[in-house]
Design a protein around this ligand. Structure first.
Ligand SMILES: [Zn+2]
Length: 516
């Protein structure tokens, strides 16, 4: 919810306004999902992952409007190193809540070990760096002031060596060490969703010269720590190809001509890599094979832990419920909320956590108190039963200078926690009200057979057999990625001959389970 939307993808202004009012109030953590399922995208497929990949471009997914729109954070100007740590810690907690950290201790520990080794060579200010893997399918890395560095699982899946990872982390350490965020940047701009590792200037909240400096310092840090500074070049190539795949090279042949930044950046990095004097030190991972084994098992594409859609039905295995949204509506799943928007954008219905405990009246009172300031008035409340359990329904109205908005709130209890379903309609009050009621009625504990059917794609490392092509290997292993994507993920050409025993990354569907 903390992602900031780009203007081009914003819904009509009234939606932003009304939903900002409603959604800004949902501050509790649902642990549902980040918004990486594109409208119309199928549930966990490698294709979904492809559509999401890409470093340079902004996220195109429409998400429910986040709290930033309701209450844009004040620009943060950092004066002292102490401020860096304080602000970074606050923002870091927001990242945890908004995107989620991959629940894999070994993986986080590994990335952290690589990062800490690099951080010893960070210039200027010393911070106590932390490194964590965020549950995001897009290749992404970002740093918050004070030494909080994040890389996405999508970025890890894309890399092929510790050298590449080290250069990425070095780049982020450089942003922190050089206190780029302090240089009158808005720290909020460094939040995920708008920042892309590759992105230049305005998107990242860093300017071009800061990006250049981070590339330069980052490669230097990598070299000092005993990593090949050319790892940066390889990583930028991976990203460039990912980007090309995502945009469809055939349809946009001139994309790279109009967006030459990646290539130019890659060329500069290549030149610099030759000039940096460095000496290889043994990595945390022994070799490429060890590196690949360490990232093996990462979820690729949509993570079932975030909940998945089957058509309009949403299934959340960890929270153990299912809910069905109106037919034909565009569904969305973010880390903190799940919902659907009417095709004409005139209505939206969202499910969120409404706090611990089972006191429905209290949950409504908390919501109403916050919402009052935004012009929301509760008009009537009614105790009801949903799937045999107590629930509370409230009709409300929001007046604004863009007109009135009808709101139907349903508070319900599930596993000792309160949830809120918020239906917001600008038009067709009665029709939408019926739809919202049906959504609330569809909420129920997850039946075992639905849970059993949940699958997700995970990164697996397989050995090529003698004479096998990439296509044959894919066929044999049930690889879910299309051939060209498989080639990009492995930094090979689809037509390259594979060496016998060569390790190849593939995406394999498997039943969902909480651990790896
Ligand atoms: Zn950067």
């Amino acid at each position: 919810m903390t992602r900031v939307r780009r203007r081009a993808t914003r819904p009509p202004r009234w939606v932003a306004l009304a939903l900002a009012v409603i959604l800004a109030l949902g501050t509790t953590e649902l642990g549902v999902s980040r918004a990486d399922d594109e409208p119309g995208a199928e549930a966990p497929t490698a294709g979904g992952g492809t559509a999401q990949a890409g470093g340079d471009a902004p996220v195109q997914t429409d998400e429910p409007v986040g709290e930033e729109e309701a209450e844009p954070d004040e620009p943060v100007v950092l004066d002292t190193v102490y401020d860096d740590e304080r602000v970074g810690r606050e923002q870091s907690e927001k990242v945890d809540a908004a995107i989620g950290i991959v629940k894999d201790d070994a993986l986080n520990a590994y990335v952290s070990a690589v990062g800490k080794r690099l951080a010893r060579y960070a210039p200027r200010y010393r911070f106590d760096y932390t490194f964590r893997v965020v549950d995001q399918d897009e290749p992404n890395a970002f740093a918050l002031p004070g030494g909080f560095v994040f890389v996405s699982r999508g970025l890890l899946a894309l890399t092929n060596s510790e050298d590449e990872l080290a250069n990425v982390l070095g780049h982020e350490i450089a942003h922190v060490a050089a206190r780029h965020a302090a240089a009158r940047q808005q720290v909020t701009d460094a939040m995920p969703g708008i920042v892309r590792f590759l992105s230049m200037g305005s998107l990242a909240g860093y300017n071009r010269s800061q990006e250049k400096e981070a590339d330069r310092l980052g490669q230097g840090i990598a070299g000092l720590a005993g990593y090949d500074p050319a790892g940066m070049v390889q990583f930028l190539k991976d990203l460039e190809f990912t980007e090309r795949l995502r945009l469809g090279a055939s349809r946009r042949p001139y994309f790279l001509d109009t967006h030459p930044s990646t290539r130019r950046r890659s060329a500069v990095a290549a030149q610099r890599a030759h000039m940096i004097a460095w000496k290889r030190k043994p990595g945390i991972a022994r070799d490429r094979a060890d590196y690949l084994r360490r990232i093996e098992g990462i979820v690729v594409g949509i993570s079932a832990a975030e909940g998945i859609f089957r058509g309009e039905r949403f299934i959340h295995a960890d929270l153990g419920f299912t809910i069905r949204f109106p037919s034909g509506w565009e569904t969305r799943n973010t880390h903190t909320a799940v919902g659907a928007v009417a095709p004409d954008r005139s209505a939206q219905v969202v499910l969120e956590a409404a706090g611990p405990g089972t006191d429905l009246e209290k949950a409504l009172a908390r919501f109403a108190a916050k919402a009052e300031a935004s012009g929301l008035r509760i008009e009537s409340t009614e105790k009801i039963k949903l799937a045999g359990k107590d629930a509370l329904r409230a009709d409300a109205h929001v007046s604004s200078r863009f007109g009135g908005v009808d709101v139907l709130l349903t508070f319900l209890i599930h596993h000792g926690q309160t949830f809120r379903i918020t239906g917001v309609a600008r038009r067709e009050k009665d029709r939408n009200r019926t739809l919202f009621l049906n959504v609330a009625r569809s909420f129920r504990p997850l039946p075992a057979e639905l849970r059993k059917g949940i699958r997700e794609d995970r990164l697996r490392i397989v050995e090529a057999r003698p004479g096998e092509t990439l296509a044959q290997l894919s066929e044999r292993t049930g690889n879910r990625w299309p051939l060209n994507r498989t080639a990009v993920m492995n930094a090979v050409f689809a037509t390259d001959a594979l060496e016998p025993g060569q390790l190849v990354k593939v995406a394999i569907a498997q039943p969902y389970r909480v651990d790896r």
